[in-house]
Design a protein. Structure first.
Length: 178
């Protein structure tokens, strides 16, 4: 039972991360003509393209990509609750629905933060190992909105940019608050 639960949780979280990657790639106007963009696009097109017919964008945000990520986290939480019977006695359906929607939003936000931590870490590794990798440019475009404000205050030391390190520390602190 634990192995099945783990596999379902891993699959849902992986697909949620793919949807979040697509959302943030589009939000930061990163072109999809690279390997990572094509990978994300091909694995999520089957869900996002039909959703765009029913879910419009809002203020430049692709809600047809973000909403399914949130719904997947809500479904995962419902799955966990149903398997573990964690529903307290006397809880009304409306309270439970609010709880699931709120915790699903927090779980989605947590995964988005982990996504950026991973992107920053991968960008740092690639800058040391292979700065001309095909992934370097999309990663830089993706993380630039986070790093740009920090780079104003964090000086480079011996020609090394420490802003990714500070960004990772700040993001981990946000995870602790959530």
């Amino acid at each position: 039972m634990n192995a099945l639960f783990y596999l379902i949780e891993a699959a849902i979280n992986f697909f949620t991360l793919l949807l979040l990657a697509r959302f943030f790639l589009q939000l930061n106007r990163v072109p999809f003509n690279n390997q990572a963009g094509q990978f994300v696009s091909r694995l999520t097109d089957w869900l996002v393209k039909p959703m765009r017919r029913f879910v419009p964008g809002l203020f430049g945000l692709d809600l047809a990509t973000l909403l399914p990520a949130w719904w997947l986290q809500c479904l995962l939480l419902l799955f966990i609750i149903s398997l573990t019977n964690l529903t307290p006695a006397g809880v009304e359906a409306a309270q439970m629905a609010f709880f699931v929607l709120w915790r699903g939003a927090l779980a989605t936000l947590r995964l988005a933060i982990w996504f950026f931590i991973g992107a920053l870490f991968l960008q740092a590794i690639l800058s040391w190992v292979n700065p001309h990798s095909p992934l370097s440019r999309p990663l830089a475009q993706l993380t630039q909105p986070i790093l740009r404000p920090l780079q104003r205050f964090v000086p480079t030391v011996a020609n090394i940019d420490l802003s990714p390190l500070l960004a990772i520390v700040i993001l981990q602190a946000l995870l602790l608050l959530l």
